[in-house]
Design a protein around this ligand. Structure first.
Ligand code: NAP
Length: 304
């Protein structure tokens, strides 16, 4: 397939790009085009005439998002509209990469059909973007608890944060260097989620884009199990053969939480997605083994 992918220099995007090229032989057009500029987007699409678009880019700066809300709106909802309208006019599928943070986290095990109720501005912007996508026959792919290799950068770009993203890489980096790692715990954090491997998300997203009849649908990209931060840390120690004695447990620094809210249990069910697309539902252990394989070999894990 010929695919335009936004955000390919980012963590999730570089995994989607690698899956498309290495596993499927796709032609991926990932030049950075300002996602808020409709004219540039349309000429980029017409230049490459793709069979599908995957919109993965985001303004990933919480402080800027909160301080310039017009910019944030244009970068999330406006950018999604730019790609969705262009794709609809050209009658090609367009996938919006979304998040488990569209849910309020009061219950967990959310289904693809459950109604979002975000508790923070990021979740609100993504939920609004989902509405735009679905109203233009787009496809929504929610990723959650994303861990894995960052193929576009040599080292882990971020440390632990109140979500589950990058959690395993930051823990493994610390323990491999012989340092302790404090697993943040507390009701104000994203405390339970459904981990995924970024490359596995790429497979589900690529399958959703390539499958007939998926327009207007929502898919969940994650494994079969929901875990707490502590359970994920302990599972990572086991799979990566690291000393669990180096783990500490404690509250997150106050600066990480001030004025912010996070969904407590944002875990997703991906059973319906798996049944519809034929995509796998790996256990947490299988996902972590996939990450270990990617880290050791520099090659994609194959969880298909
Ligand atoms: N990582 C997670 O744990 C996680 C969890 C749930 C959902 N997601 C979703 O996954 C997607 C990707 O997230 P990520 O963590 O991979 O983000 P990331 O690593 O911060 O990457 C963001 C990407 O967006 C691009 N970008 C930023 N501003 C842009 C603009 N104005 N025009 C065009 N491109 C722009 C960046 O390009 P430059 O580098 O050139 O600025 C970069 O490629 C998002 O939709 C996010 O909501 C991620």
């Amino acid at each position: 397939m010929r695919i335009i992918l936004t955000g390919a220099s980012g963590f999730v995007g570089c995994n989607i790009a690698k899956v498309m090229t290495d596993h499927h032989g796709d032609d991926v057009f990932a030049e950075r085009v300002d996602m808020t500029n409709r004219t540039e987007i349309e000429s980029h699409i017409d230049e490459h005439e793709p069979d599908a678009i995957v919109h993965c880019a985001i303004l990933n700066d919480w402080d800027l998002m909160y301080s310039d809300r017009h910019l944030a709106w244009d970068s999330y909802v406006g950018a999604t509209r730019n790609y969705m309208v262009a794709a609809e006019e050209r009658e090609i599928p367009c996938v919006l990469v979304s998040t488990d943070f569209v849910f309020d986290g009061t219950r967990g095990n959310y289904l693809e059909t459950d109604v979002p109720n975000p508790v923070n501005f990021y979740g609100f912007l993504k939920a609004a973007s989902e509405v735009v996508a679905l109203e233009h026959n787009g496809i929504v792919a929610r990723v959650s608890g994303v861990n894995g290799q960052h193929w576009a950068r040599p080292t882990t770009p971020r440390a632990q944060d109140p979500g589950f993203g990058y959690f395993v890489a930051s823990l493994v980096d610390a323990l491999e260097a012989g340092n302790t790692f404090t697993v943040w715990e507390g009701p104000e954090l994203n405390s339970r989620a459904s981990p995924s491997l970024a490359s596995m998300c790429g497979e589900v997203i690529r399958t959703a884009a390539a499958t007939e009849g998926t327009a207007g649908s929502i898919f969940h990209c994650c494994g079969s199990e929901a875990v707490t931060r502590r359970q994920l840390a302990e599972a990572a120690c086991k799979v990566f053969s690291l000393d669990p004695g180096l783990l500490r447990f404690g509250p997150a620094p106050a600066s990480e939480l001030e004025g912010k809210r996070f969904p407590h249990d944002s875990s997703l069910s991906a059973v319906a997605t798996s049944e519809r697309l034929g995509t796998p539902l790996p256990t947490v252990e299988e996902l972590l083994k996939g990450f270990l394989h990617e880290r050791l070999t520099g090659q994609l894990a194959d969880l298909r």
